[in-house]
Design a protein around this ligand. Structure first.
Ligand SMILES: [Zn+2]
Length: 117
C-alpha cells in the first residue's frame, strides 16, 4: 500500500502517522511522542498484517457496518461475483486486499481526503 493511503488509514484509526522529521529532543512534531530516528519508519503501520486489519475492522467497519456491507455488496455485484456471495468474496480477500478496500470505502463513502492520490 502506498504511503498516502497508509497515512489515511492510520489517521482513521485515531493514531499519529508521525512527522517525517523529529525534533532535536527526538519527538514527533505532530503528537510529541519520543521516537528514535531509526524507528520512525518502522513505527508506522504497514496495513499488511492481520493486526492492522483487526484495528480497521473495529474502528472503521463496525461503526459503519451497514454502509460497509452495501459497499462490499456493490463491489462484488459489479464484476467479481463468481463466488457464493459478497461475504464469501470478502473473506477470500487477503488482509492486504481487504485493507485496500477499506481505504477505498473511507475515501468514496466516508469522505476521507488524501493528499496525493
Ligand atoms: Zn506522532
Amino acid at each position: 500500500m502506498i504511503d498516502s493511503r497508509r497515512k489515511l488509514l492510520t489517521v482513521a484509526l485515531g493514531e499519529c502517522w508521525h512527522s517525517n522529521y523529529i525534533s532535536v529532543d527526538g519527538k514527533c512534531y505532530e503528537c510529541g511522542q519520543k521516537i528514535h530516528p531509526l524507528q520512525l519508519l518502522l513505527s508506522r503501520r504497514t496495513f499488511a498484517t492481520a493486526d492492522d486489519y483487526e484495528a480497521l475492522r473495529e474502528k472503521v467497519i463496525i461503526p459503519h457496518s451497514e454502509a460497509f456491507s452495501e459497499y462490499v455488496w456493490d463491489k462484488w455485484n459489479c464484476g467479481d461475483n463468481s463466488s457464493d456471495g459478497p461475504f464469501s468474496w470478502w473473506l477470500k480477500k487477503s488482509v492486504k486486499e481487504r485493507n485496500e478496500i477499506i481505504c477505498d470505502f473511507g475515501k468514496e463513502v466516508l469522505g476521507w481526503e488524501g493528499s496525493d492520490d
